[in-house]
Design a protein. Structure first.
Length: 269
């Protein structure tokens, strides 16, 4: 195994190493073998009927423990070649080397940095995060995918050990070359609210929508009028209208339907 092949495993480990104490990597794994979950008939039946790829990633070990069989039909790859410590080194089959170094590393640092910093024993499983990235199918075609991640297992401090995520092709909806990503946290009502939201392009990282704008965009997508939004959020109608103009400007959209479609396609709402 060459130095370049080894680098991906070390890169993924180093993202977490820069955030946590080294004791994190020495903790006992009470699950021991993830196959106790992935070999269950109910689990395999469920993922066999999903129109997306499902993967389980072990942050302590820095590699993928499971990738669903439908990766073959959706992207043309045998999922087994990406599993385990040796398999993760093949990730450059999916992600361009330059794309990873310039974009994905900063994104992972942002996301995991926030989640590890704000995790507690009580809220560790309340976080989820999304990111869109350009991946390469087996035929060499580069297309945009949305990766939506939930926390599957945490340690005693509430820090994530394993994540489970879906990979969905959004290429026909995506109209730009910007990577959007966010972190959401489940509130007391069980609803996920944005706590971190950014985008990154060749010009660097920018802040996208504010938490209030995100909230208003969600209400717009449910068909609420400006007056209904104002009453729901206990703010003035003028404030809602100002937020709507700002959202359209930031998303570079002209109509409400265009704005909602744009946000849905990028995982913003």
């Amino acid at each position: 195994m060459g130095k370049e092949e080894q680098s991906m495993h070390h890169k993924l480990r180093s993202v977490i190493s820069n955030i946590v104490d080294q004791g994190y990597f020495k903790e006992d794994d009470e699950w021991n073998d993830i196959k106790n979950l992935t070999q269950k008939p109910e689990f395999r039946f469920l993922i066999g009927h999903l129109p997306c790829i499902v993967s389980i990633f072990n942050l302590q070990k820095g590699y993928y423990e499971f990738i669903s069989d439908n990766m073959k039909s959706l992207m043309g790859y045998d999922p087994r070649i990406f599993e385990g410590e040796d398999g993760v080194n093949n990730i450059f089959e999916l992600v361009l080397k330059d794309h990873f170094g310039e974009f994905m590393e900063p994104v992972m640092n942002d996301i995991y940095g926030y989640v590890f910093e704000h995790s507690t024993p009580e809220n560790g499983k309340d976080f989820r995060f999304t990111v869109c990235a350009k991946l390469k199918a087996h035929n060499g075609l580069l297309q945009w995918y949305l990766m939506d991640t939930n926390i599957l297992q945490v340690n005693a401090a509430g820090q994530p050990i394993r994540t489970i995520f879906t990979i969905t092709n959004i290429h026909k909806f995506k109209k730009d070359e910007v990577i959007y990503y966010d972190v959401l946290k489940r509130d007391d009502q069980g609803v996920y609210r944005p706590v971190l939201q950014k985008s990154i392009s060749e010009s660097g990282t920018i802040q996208l929508l504010t938490e209030r704008e995100y909230e208003i965009l969600g209400l717009i997508s449910k068909g609420h009028t400006s007056l209904q939004i104002a009453e729901h959020l206990f703010i003035s109608l003028f404030t809602v209208q100002t937020h709507r103009r700002n959202i359209k400007r930031k998303l570079q959209c002209r109509s409400n339907s265009e704005m909602i479609n744009y946000a849905l396609a990028r995982g913003i709402i």
